[in-house]
Design a protein around this ligand. Sequence first.
Ligand SMILES: Nc1ncnc2c1ncn2[C@@H]1O[C@H](COP(=O)(O)OP(=O)(O)O)[C@@H](O)[C@H]1O
Ligand SMILES: [Mg+2]
Length: 259
Amino acid sequence: MITSETVPIITMRSITKRFGGVTALENVDLDIRAGEVLAIVGDNGAGKSTLIKILTGVYQPTSGEITMNGAPLVMNSHADSIAKGIDAVYQTLALADHLTPAANMFLGNELTRTFLGLRWLDNAKMKLEAERVLKERLGVTLRSMDAATESLSGGQRQAVAIARAVYSTDLKVLVMDEPTAALGPQETARTLKLIETIRDQGIAVVVISHSLDDVFQISDRVQVMRRGRRVGVVETAKSSSKQVLGMIVGANEIEESAA
Ligand SMILES: Nc1ncnc2c1ncn2[C@@H]1O[C@H](COP(=O)(O)OP(=O)(O)O)[C@@H](O)[C@H]1O
Ligand SMILES: [Mg+2]
């Protein structure tokens, strides 16, 4: 049960990010609580992707601080964030289409065995492990573990990418940038189910989404970004898509400047 008293696992404070003359983020705060689904919404260019790239060590902030469980967290690379249990599944799913799901899960991290003094890929073990993680952690069974990843549905590909994140680290925070953007209704429903499954394991899920339908279906809280700033955070159950939409487009600002 998420309550407003739940202590954040991650805090980002006064995060500013400049790219040359462009200020992508200006004094942005973000709290992430264990076991919540936090949605981040905002128009194109609002700074959503930049914020989560800082959270996942891909970019370093120009200024500002991040803490994890109260201790300062400095990440110089995405490998640093993975080591801390923060991983991401990107919009353009970074999966190798011609490889099997298991090969994708273990890409760059292959299991090996020694035979005749040489190290060999342990394909049988990787396949079993991939099958187990998909089933036990995500409740997903693929028809065949030997088919190329390109033959999977969008939702299944999503599951493979999440399984990879779950397997490669003691996952605490999973970030997803537009996970349902390219999916039809059925695959979207499956992906939302995967997010719930992960959340129910105590993992915080941070989801960037353009779909307020999805956001209101799965999130516990919504952080609204606009022009590089945080314009508000609402508890989903106490808000409405109308209110959030108003924050996204800056309805109050327009009224104020018109007044
Ligand atoms: N690598 C970059 N170099 C220069 N400007 C960037 C870079 N990444 C993002 N920006 C700029 O930062 C702002 C925020 O972008 P982004 O975080 O991608 O927004 P969103 O994900 O909300 O659409 C935009 O004005 C964008 O053009
Ligand atoms: Mg983006």
